[in-house]
Ligand binder design. Structure first.
Ligand code: 3EB
Length: 306
């Protein structure tokens, strides 16, 4: 399998705002503020593969996989999610890139359904069931975002490595797998960030970070205050990452962030707020996307190349 011409020669070319075709890799149909593509350069020779709904692009150290499932093929949404994570864990073991560093999950109507029936919670239940059968020692960094509209596609993109990363916790926030019962029967399973070192250099992969302190959402209804809280959360994470690395980490050039905004009419405002709250050298793109708790208006993720 070779990817479409415009995606050749790169480990990943993330594109937002387009409907992904079956053969597309890392294309996510979330509405964008400005057209953007984020290119991840390979290190060494590229290899391509395809297996059971997933496409794979790998270089000497890292593999990017993009799995698309239709919920119509499964009984309910939690079963769809379980199947996605079964394949992810199976493929990771079989591929030679067993260490899953980072996962991005996209599906529509994330906040539909009440209480434990909410689709995000169904997603968490399916993920948990798959992980009870087989999991890695360390939860990967992750993002879960709702795509506007009614698509039946669950898209799971993951970055895996031949060698392990080190997962990080954020002392300002409760570890997701220890969230109290009020957030669902099955807690989310992800780490706040993953630090990784390879021949191409070091990467800090920062999970979707929201205005959440402890386990509680804060600043309900206040977009500006949520962005400021996210900055504090990410600052705190960088301190942890610096400890693990043995050398401090800042927002150096080479930082690329993504900003997911629930209200499609507030993308421009969110871009201004991000600029005001984060250092100038941080590159970012703004896309429309629903965050997994209704009161959360915005979520920020990022990659810092060190
Ligand atoms: C949070 O801190 C916000 O379920 O994998 C962010 C990143 C969030 C990943 C996940 C959820 C997940 O709980 C939501």
């Amino acid at each position: 399998m070779a990817p479409p011409r415009e995606q050749r020669g790169v480990l990943a070319q993330w594109r937002f705002g387009l409907k992904p075709r079956e053969e597309d890799h890392c294309t996510v149909d979330l509405p964008v503020f400005e057209d953007c593509a984020e290119v991840w350069r390979p290190h060494g020779r590229l290899r391509y593969g395809k297996l059971g709904g997933a496409g794979f692009i790998a270089d000497d150290e890292l593999m990017m996989a993009d799995l698309k499932l239709s919920e119509y093929d499964f009984d309910d949404f939690s079963t769809t999610s379980e199947e996605a994570y079964r394949r992810l864990t199976d493929y990771a073991r079989a591929s030679g890139y067993p260490f899953v560093l980072r996962v991005w999950n996209y599906f529509s109507r994330i906040n539909e359904g009440d209480g434990d029936d909410e689709r995000y919670r169904q997603f968490c239940s399916g993920r948990q069931r798959a992980l009870e059968r087989d999991w890695f020692d360390e939860d990967p960094a992750a993002t879960v975002i709702g795509r506007p509209g009614q698509s039946s596609r669950l898209q799971v993109i993951w970055l895996a490595s031949k060698r392990p990363g080190r997962c990080l916790d954020n002392p300002r926030q409760v570890t997701p797998k220890r969230y109290p019962r009020e957030y669902g029967i099955n807690p989310p399973r992800f780490s706040r960030a993953m630090y990784w070192e390879g021949a191409r250099g070091e990467l800090l992969l920062i999970s979707g970070t929201a205005s959440l302190v402890g386990h509680e959402s804060v600043h309900d209804g206040d977009l500006a205050a949520q962005v400021a809280e996210i900055r504090r959360n990410i600052d705190s994470l960088l301190i942890q990452a610096g400890d693990v690395r043995g050398r401090s980490i800042g927002y150096q050039t080479g930082a690329v962030f993504r900003v997911y905004v629930r209200d499609g009419d507030r993308l421009a405002e969110a871009a201004v707020l991000f600029r005001q709250n984060f250092p100038d050298q941080v590159q970012f793109l703004v896309v429309e996307g629903e965050v997994c708790r209704r009161e959360l208006m915005i979520e920020v993720e990022g990659v810092i190349q060190l």
